[in-house]
Design a protein around this ligand. Sequence first.
Ligand code: 2NE
Length: 270
Amino acid sequence: RNWTQIKKYDDILFEQYGKIAKITINRPEVYNAFRPKTNFEMLDAMSICRERPDIGVIILTGAGNKAFCSGGDQKVKGVGGYIDDNGVPRLNVLDLHKAIRSIPKPVIAMVNGYAIGGGHVLHVVCDLTIASENARFGQTGPKVGSFDAGFGSSYLARCVGQKKAREIWFLCRQYTAQEAMDMGMVNKVVPFEQLEDETVDWCETILSRSPMAIRMIKRALNAELDGQRGMMEFAGDATLMYYLMAEAQEGKNAFLEKRDPDFDKFPKFP
Ligand code: 2NE
């Protein structure tokens, strides 16, 4: 498949095939662990995906056949967070979680190996997960001095149920792709050689559906868990649709033409 580069970065690959964008964490020497720079780059790529009308779905994956992502890079973990080039400790992967949740286009985790720790959280936050048979899922937080009490806990519990979510976090065991699918946190398991074909096939099916309908469903499913922020994003799209209507145009036109608006001509639906 002919992926073309969208933008060059140090820690990630950012490519496009048709209307599909692919973000690949490209740090195989540390099993695709992320450092602050990796997350800043992924955030930049996500923002480009959001703005570009020719991109309809995003794949998130890891380079190689060992790991999707092994979480935060323990070699740069300092006091207060992961230390960036300026010596500032941060946990900017949380901004990436928000961006994945917020972008009005589906994000698919293509899990090609270990999804561990913060890497497990990343796949959980994505809208869908397609895994290869060699993938392994699990948490390590309470083993290595960390935890994610955000989407990595609450949304995980919505996927696998409260008991399983507690098991995953309390015991820090690893699960096979099939076990992860049986728990409800993976959509499909395929042999490694078929992983990209299967994922692209899912992307192309999604791309053949109504983008506005997909957008509203993502918003609605998020809103159920995301409280006021979820409602705000859902409401933002309701406003978008209102702005597309002649009724909203009439209000603006009347203001600019210094006349009273005539809303009478618009139907009042039951
Ligand atoms: C992923 C896993 C289970 C793989 O085990 P194994 O035995 O197959 O490989 P190995 O030898 O452990 O790892 C291969 C290379 O990758 C590096 C290793 O150090 C090793 O390199 P060398 O020492 O041979 O040079 N590597 C792997 N993971 C790394 C990491 N996270 N940071 C830096 N280097 C890493 C096994 O490697 C594993 O358990 N990895 C650690 C997983 C982990 O604990 N991640 C952090 C959890 S906390 C977190 O991510 C987090 C959060 O909980 C909340 C918010 C934000 C982040």
